[in-house]
Design a protein around this ligand. Structure first.
Ligand SMILES: C[S@@+](CC[C@H](N)C(=O)[O-])C[C@H]1O[C@@H](n2cnc3c(N)ncnc32)[C@H](O)[C@@H]1O
Length: 234
């Protein structure tokens, strides 16, 4: 098995366990609340009738639901995720929050997802595009996303980079199970290059650390989150 396919399997198990055992917007895990960084990006989005939002790897709705509430009764939020169980839970959560009419759940790999011919006002990727196994694949998807964005539309991404996994007891360095372990400098220069001609509002990096139990071992997960907000200005 390649690292990329092991990573897919690890991701699937991790998210199915998380989404199956923890509720959205309740304390205890990162599902507790949306990222403030994403909510801030909502204000940049052009005020159009029938705004459309695409949430790549949207999971159970941590950002899709706040987006549907923010953009209102005429909005459409398309939430794409690899996991059928995530999309089922997204639909349940959307009903609970009374935005089921505004949210469309799609089970698909974002790399091959057909964007269709209607453009988006806002595209989110919160810990998703770094799961595409190659840089070329990320570049190709971003090209398609840019074409499917209205003038002044906004892209807001958070990408996990510089992944390091260390056994907290022995100090042994483990191979991080992520499809593409980008270095933050490479992710930043790739984004700057791909978004030349767009108005880049922010590109910044924040270190992050957490402990996770993996196959009976306490593992320290260290990474850098690259945050990126840009607006189409061509
Ligand atoms: C860390 S979670 C974040 C979920 C959500 N964006 C949020 O912020 O709450 C990453 C999500 O991306 C999904 N995912 C990973 N790779 C994907 C891919 N290639 N296509 C679609 N979804 C993917 C996972 O199933 C998971 O639900």
């Amino acid at each position: 098995m390649t690292v990329a396919s092991q990573a897919r399997e690890y991701e699937r198990r991790y998210h199915e366990d998380l989404y199956g055992n923890h509720e959205l917007f309740t304390p205890g895990t990162w599902l507790y609340k949306p990222a403030g960084y994403v909510i801030k990006a909502f204000d940049l989005v052009p005020k159009h009738d029938y705004p459309r939002v695409l949430d790549l790897g949207g999971g159970v709705g941590r950002h899709s639901i706040p987006a549907a509430k923010y953009f209102g009764a005429d909005s459409e939020v398309v939430c794409v995720d690899l996991l059928e169980s995530a999309i089922e839970k997204l639909r349940f959560n959307a009903k609970e929050h009374k935005v089921e009419k505004n949210i469309v759940g799609v089970v698909s790999d974002v790399e091959t997802y057909e964007l269709g011919d209607k453009a988006y006002e806002l595209i989110l990727s919160i810990s998703c595009i770094e799961h595409i196994p190659t840089k070329q694949g990320v570049g190709d998807l971003i090209g398609r996303l840019q074409a499917a964005t209205v003038l002044e539309g906004v892209h807001c991404f958070m990408m996990i980079t510089n992944n390091e996994w260390v056994d907290s007891v022995t100090g042994e360095k483990l191979t991080p199970l992520i499809e593409q372990n980008l270095r933050s400098e490479d992710a930043i220069s790739m984004l700057k290059e791909l978004y030349a001609g767009w108005n880049i509002h922010d590109i910044s990096a924040k270190d992050w650390e957490a402990m996770q139990l993996m196959d009976g071992r306490d593992v320290v997960l260290k990474s850098t989150c690259v945050q990126f907000t840009a607006q189409k200005s061509l």
